[in-house]
Design a protein around this ligand. Sequence first.
Ligand code: C2G
Length: 446
Amino acid sequence: MIRVITYGTFDLFHEGHYRLLKRAKELGDYLIVGITTESYDKTRGKLGVMDSLITRIENVKKSGFADEIIIEESKGQKFSDIKKYNIDIFAIGSDWLGEFDYLKDYCQVVYLERTKDISSTMLREQKQHIQRIGIIGTGRIANRFVPEAKLVSGISTQGVYNPHKESALRFAKKWDINAYTEKNRFYDEIDVAYIASPHETHYEYIKEALLHGKHVICEKPLVLHRKQAEEVYAEAKQRGLILFEAIKTAYCPGFQKLLGIACSGSIGSIRNVEACFTKLEKTSSRELVDQIYGGSFLELGSYVMLPIMKIFGNEYEKLEFDTIQGDNGLDLFTRVSMRYPMGIATATCGLGVKSEGRLLISGTQGYIVAEAPWWKTSYFEVHYEDAGKVDKYSETFLGDGLRYELSDFLTMINDREESGFKLTRGESIAIAGVMERFLTENRRNM
Ligand code: C2G
């Protein structure tokens, strides 16, 4: 008798799960299905699981393929289950390709092709739909996005669009998703667009996706003109769609905690915010070559503006830029100085000058400091006049952190919330306004 085992969360049970179980069963005579507990999903960083463990067990049972159901509670369990249940074959979807090769010493490992097209009747009967996400662009951030999306329940990566066929095909093959070069088909087969194309193309893609009735999550900077930001948010609102700027820091739990403490009065009234983010890039990189849309501020400005806008708001009294330019005129290093009625702020970023990346928030009673990479906040300290007293805070930050923004985006879609509080529409529009001023003052030919 051939004994097969497979594992999963099986949340919002859909045909991808059904087909996986069916083929796993066909591999042998006896199928054991391990279903993750809520606490295991939490530790492995899977967010947004909707169905209770009991519902998920019921759904797997109903499929009729499982001879036995067990509960998966911890990371090392797969190995001991294989021994305990005398397993011949471990099966899992191809979205995990390679990740379970370490089990090959103990049994056969089979990756079954994941189901690329989730849709149709089975989903419509459920109150909560799986959102099929379509990626626009195939660059670095899009590559980080796919594995993170896998860890947010309720989302399925449907495919990628790129006008360059070769790039679309390469990306799709790498991630086992569909490739689209034809826009109408792409929009027909998705519910949500994730825009990760070059900055200057965001505005047109956002409008197009909204026009097709799709929710949009767009990489930062959303757009580079204040009026464009106002226009696209108004358009989304009018159509009852969610438009979401993906500044990942805004959604990570550590940054939320830091803001909560900063604004709770524990350091008195806040009078100064300093945020710095530098990342050295090769002089041949797109960021340091693209004459119009390259440069430090367009690349990193959203991160350093974020804490300032969160703490002091959108209504600054004065804003000034100082930049160090490279031979081609692009900014290698930029400092923004701002004045507000209640305090002052400095945002610094650089692709060609290295500095100590730090977030410092100073108040009348003490200060908060988060060292680099504070944009993926996992630790910060609160200091007071008494140097011996330091409060230390830590928070988990998992993977590349994109799962947090994605999970909030999904909640907004499901709850029909127009504007989240972690990054408000007003803040996003104000950041677009700062980008516009930067471009105008640097006399770029826009
Ligand atoms: N699956 C699939 N096609 C989809 C979606 C999921 O074939 N479109 C497969 C997955 O690859 C997995 C199973 O269905 O084999 C369950 O998927 P999930 O519920 O998303 O669980 P997952 O997070 O993949 O569990 O220990 C847990 C496992 O390691 C992974």
